[in-house]
Design a protein around this ligand. Structure first.
Ligand SMILES: *Cc1c(COP(=O)(O)O)cnc(C)c1O
Length: 444
């Protein structure tokens, strides 16, 4: 019997030197973000007061398919990249499927998720441009922890608005942010105009990503030397995440395979785009026919049940208008444990791709996601983040379909993070206390 290879790793030399900018090669390019006051298309300069300038240019760059990764950023990537590509023999066996299942393990990053892939370049460009302070919002705390660490690496001060309910329910991510020296404020807070307005209208507001974004954007706008950063949704964030798929492409070649299906969970689209876009470029040329599946929570189903239209990125309506699949910027997602997937809209690139039929979406109930997560943990020894459980559930569905048809499909999914700081949600699952939430559309 020939030896079975389990993990595929790249040498440091093979860590990508460029990010892949899919905007340059999409058959139909995304429509421009609009200034909400004038309804005019936004120019990069319009975003300069909020984000580092280079990030604004990356955001709207529809010309260059490849963007150089600065050497200093690549040096920081080397602390944890490449991440392993793993053949999930244990999961295949547990399912009795003929499918070949692979996963890209982003949970090995020091912060436990893929978010650091973009936090590092965002902090880097801020430092390069003379910025001294960065601010952001965070839900479960994955992004906040990554930004807090990246800010530390580049000598910046970080102020993080954490959704109030998460601040109370996920105390260890708050401790992580504070360990790296970030200032953490539960949102909504009385420290901003937006927070005061929300609390005046509803003193018991538990917070949402929308409220926290409004507060962080306001702080950046009103504080000299301070820029806002975002962990998902925007095109430049997804650009940085393409290191995942670019590595995976080389690693799949080492395994002598190419994916028939690529799957990732979906919050705003950055880990999905990160693993999918480098493979999707071969679909554009007609050379491959891979399927791409985004897995979202059934309780927050913007891709499967949302509407494609211009909408705000935040609750207070401070951001530009973005052409996106959305449930409405005032939609309050139910309190599912996959905090990173509780967002009303999808990034503009993914929205256009879905509209054009170049990718698919499925929705997963909370209990099905944890069923799959626990099955995976027992088969592969890694406890997945509640968000990642959605990708695993979609993978399980595909693999069981292969069992029916006998097809030996190659399935690749992204393990976006581990769940070691989310064990309270596993406790609930194991005690039988988890529930599914019905999606209730907002009445117009
Ligand atoms: C934030 C997060 C997500 C969702 O964000 P995307 O931008 O859609 O990738 C998924 N998984 C983990 C572990 C996260 O922290």
């Amino acid at each position: 019997m020939s030896e079975k290879k389990k993990r595929y790793m790249l040498s440091e030399d093979d860590i990508p030197r460029r990010w892949y900018n899919i905007q340059a090669e999409m058959p139909v390019k995304p429509m421009p973000p609009l200034n909400p006051a004038t309804k005019e298309p936004l120019k990069a300069e319009d975003l300069y007061p909020i984000f580092a300038e280079e990030l604004c240019r990356q955001e709207l760059n529809q010309k260059d398919a490849w963007i150089d990764i600065p050497e200093e950023v690549r040096e920081m990537y080397k602390y944890y990249r490449s991440t392993p590509l793993v053949r999930a023999y244990g999961l295949e066996k547990a399912l009795g499927t003929p499918a070949h299942i692979y996963f890209k393990n982003e949970s090995v990053s020091p912060m436990g998720s893929h978010k650091l892939n973009s936090a590092i370049p965002q902090a880097y460009y801020c430092r390069e441009e003379g910025v001294t302070n960065v601010t952001t919002e965070t839900g479960a705390g994955q992004w906040g922890a990554s930004l807090a660490y990246a800010a530390r690496l580049f000598g910046l001060e970080a102020a993080v608005y954490q959704v109030k309910i998460s601040y109370e329910q996920k105390p260890y991510r708050r401790s992580m942010m504070q360990t790296f020296g970030a200032q953490v404020t539960p949102s909504p807070s009385m420290s901003t105009r937006a927070g005061k307005d929300i609390l005046t209208a509803n003193p018991n507001h538990q917070g949402s990503l929308g409220t926290a974004i409004s507060e962080a954007v306001e702080l950046a706008r009103t504080t000299p030397g301070c820029k806002y950063t975002l962990g998902s949704v925007l095109s430049h964030v997804t650009l940085h995440q393409t290191v995942i798929g670019l590595e995976a492409e080389k690693q799949m070649a080492m395994a002598g395979e190419y994916p028939d299906v690529v799957i990732a969970c979906f919050g705003g689209g950055s880990n999905f785009g990160g693993i999918a876009f480098p493979f999707m470029r071969h679909n554009f040329t007609g050379e491959r026919h891979t399927r791409f599946v985004a897995a979202e929570p059934a309780s927050c189903p913007k891709l499967t049940r949302g509407e494609f239209r211009y909408d705000f990125g935040d609750e207070a309506g401070y951001t530009p208008l973005l052409p996106m699949f959305t449930l409405g910027h005032d939609f309050m997602p139910p309190n599912v444990h996959a905090g990173g997937l509780r967002y009303h809209g999808a990034g503009v690139i993914v929205s256009q791709l879905l509209k054009d039929g170049l990718m698919e979406a499925v929705d997963i109930e909370q209990i099905e996601s944890f069923d799959a997560g626990v099955l995976f943990a027992r088969a592969e020894g890694i406890i997945p983040a509640p968000e990642s459980c959605h990708a695993i559930a979609a993978t399980v569905r595909e693999a069981l379909e292969c069992k029916k048809t006998g097809e030996e499909k190659v399935i690749l999914f992204n393990l976006s993070g581990h769940g070691l700081i989310d064990m309270a949600s596993y406790d609930k699952y194991l005690a039988g206390d988890l529930v599914n939430y019905e999606y209730k559309p907002k009445k117009a």
